[in-house]
Design a protein around this ligand. Sequence first.
Ligand SMILES: [Cu+2]
Length: 343
Amino acid sequence: MNLLLTLAIVFGVLVLVRIANVAQMAAELSGENEDDEQDKSNKWNGMGFLLFMIFGLALMTYSTIKWLPLTLPVAASEHGVKVDELMDLNWAVLIIVFFITQFLLFWFAYKYRYNRNKRSFYFHDNNKLEAIWTIVPTIVLAGLIVTGLVEWNKITDLATKEDGIKIQVYSKQFDFTTRYAGKDNKLGASFFRNITDANPLGVDSEDVAAKDDKIAKELVMPVGQEIELVINSRDVIHSVYLPHFRVQMNAVPGMTTRFHFKPTVTTAKMKEITGDDKFEYIMLCNKICGVAHYNMKMGVRVLEKDEYTKWLRGEKKVFEPAAATPATPAAPADSVKSPVASI
Ligand SMILES: [Cu+2]
């Protein structure tokens, strides 16, 4: 079938070439001026450029408008609103420049097609022109970069934000686990050698701060409160990605990364905003971390403060009082079920 198709295409092209040759010979025989032929051909090529431009730009505009509803809804975090503003500004500049340059590209191809009556104007250089096309993009780009950097520094500046509710996001191939700091807002220390089936995060059972730590399989946050995600990985690099909150931070084995932000829209409210009863926030792994990477995700909910407190009360502790007694502190090497070589 493929062979037939290839042969059909090859013969099709050959036929077209023959037809073009015959047309040319016919024109020569009928005594038409070769230059006129050339002019006509150039004109059609120029028109072709214009048609292609109109078709391409119309298609681009149409598909942008058509698929726009599939993009993310309004940002559900305080800094996310700023991120979106910067994104919109960048898009505005890009779209304006895109339309101007595309128009000029195709218009020039049409307007300045070969014409034997016109001679091109030669000049060696033009300082004014060069200054304009150097200075204008420099100012625009510097403006975009500086505003972006200022915002980025605000987002990542943890020094002034030590008041957040601490939630650990622990990543491994191929799932996330969350740990909530409890009343003292201190996460108990953890160490990979402590990892057992009963203690998947390797939390130190001797650490007083760990006593009230709670563990869960979803990320639940109270609305309007500063949240500090404390991010770790057990094996390879993962990435904690919360698209609706415009949050992303790598989870790196052997070190702790953090992200500080404030959720501003509850799940219930976002259902209203999107008009989608089934809407749920989601956390995804955004670093290709292995075969099941595509399925590495966790449900996220943003609740009113009292709902959050109620929910947290119902979750289980890392060390339930009964299970805490037989736990062996400073576990010897033979108790290590999942050694992690990378730390
Ligand atoms: Cu991953």
